[in-house]
Design a protein around this ligand. Structure first.
Ligand code: SF4
Length: 356
């Protein structure tokens, strides 16, 4: 790992980038990349070299919509046991979070994995709902335990796919993007191929990158080289972990259980084929089908919290300190929006390290 934290080499790459005299805007779609860029001060050093790297919709907690959170809240209030991950527990829906609902006396649990949740269901007669979030990285784990689920267990899926969101960013055309740094974790599962249409259709350079400072700098350099040469292809900087074909077993497990559907993301309009729902043969485990009547009471549209700019942050349009609530009204202790709750959220990262 420390090979990838070599300060001397980092300086050399930055000098080379400076010499290229570029003016580029790149985007990544991964909360861990944002952490690396900010924690190691790479963003400001890259800016000096004429390269801006903006965060996109790379935090699964942050892109979960207020409507999905309201669904989980409603099910908790209808006497189901609702379990989810720690970050999701604290994100407000339109007004309240699952943590608030727990404080009202309803049964909401924080779990570390879906298997914890299944154990919970085995120990109770009550209906247990797992509010399941994550990109391609975590979906195979959810899919892999489908056959071992007890009958009082179901999934409220908020799983999503990254490549359709990258395409949506390009198609929306709200700002120029010269290239993408692609997420290492997601790519471990999906490999290189699912990104290729983006390069072909939109002439967009892409490089899959790891999470150490040198990984990110090398990926930026590889993108700069593609741009100078007028190329647009998918390259892989993270070959020590990501295979071109990805993890085929995980892909198979995911495809057996889930199917894509058109899905809203926080801050985005509906993105075609970007969400994952359980296939019909697993419908008895799908909380949306199982509790369809109860959930039909919900509105279709929920507003973002007043003043919160998470939607624009997730589209890469503004930085966290451009939100008037940042660090004043909205803090990790009292978060207004999801980007302040999750440690992968841009607002949380900026407040922790003091820069964007
Ligand atoms: S600082 Fe808080 S309110 Fe503002 S965009 Fe970030 S999470 Fe939303």
């Amino acid at each position: 790992m420390f090979r990838y934290r070599n300060e001397e080499l980092a300086k050399q790459i930055l000098e080379k980038l400076k010499d290229l005299n570029l003016n580029l805007r790149l985007m990544h779609v991964c909360g861990t990349h944002q952490d690396t860029l900010v924690r190691f001060g790479l963003n400001s050093m890259l800016k000096e070299a004429g390269i801006e790297v903006r965060p996109g919709p790379g935090c699964p907690v942050c892109v979960t919509t207020a409507k999905e959170i309201e669904e989980a809240i409603l099910l908790a209030r209808k006497e189901k046991v609702v379990a989810t991950f720690g970050d999701m527990f604290r994100v407000p829906g339109e007004r309240l979070s699952l943590a608030d609902v727990k404080a009202e006396g309803f049964d909401v649990r924080v779990v570390y994995s879906i298997t914890d949740c299944i154990s919970l269901a085995e120990k109770t007669n009550k209906d247990v709902v797992f509010f399941s979030i994550g990109f391609e990285t975590t979906t195979p784990a959810t899919a892999s335990v489908i056959s071992t689920r007890p009958t009082n267990f179901s999934i409220l899926s908020a799983h999503r796919l990254i490549p359709p969101a990258m395409e949506a960013l390009i198609r929306m055309g709200e700002m120029k993007i010269d290239g993408f740094i692609n997420p290492g974790h997601v790519s471990t599962i999906i490999g290189e191929r699912p990104y290729e249409f983006i390069s072909k259709r939109y002439k967009m350079p892409q490089v899959i990158a790891g999470f150490e400072p040198l990984d990110v700098l090398i990926a930026v350099y590889m993108l700069a080289m593609q741009i100078i040469r007028g190329e647009a292809k998918v390259e892989n900087e993270y070959k020590r972990v990501v295979r071109p074909e990805g993890n085929e077993k995980a892909q198979q497990t995911m495809a057996e259980v889930f199917e894509p559907f058109d899905c809203s993301w926080r801050g985005f309009p509906v993105i075609p084929s970007s969400g994952l729902r359980l296939k019909k043969k697993f419908e008895k485990y799908d909380a949306r089908r199982r509790y369809e009547d109860e959930l039909s009471a919900l509105d279709n549209e929920y507003k973002e919290p007043e003043g919160c700019r998470c939607g624009e942050i997730l589209r890469g349009l503004v930085y966290p300190d451009e939100c008037p609530l940042f660090g004043k009204v909205c803090t990790p202790r009292h978060p207004v929006g999801p980007c302040m709750v999750s440690r992968e959220g841009s607002c949380n990262i900026m407040l922790r390290y003091g820069e964007s």
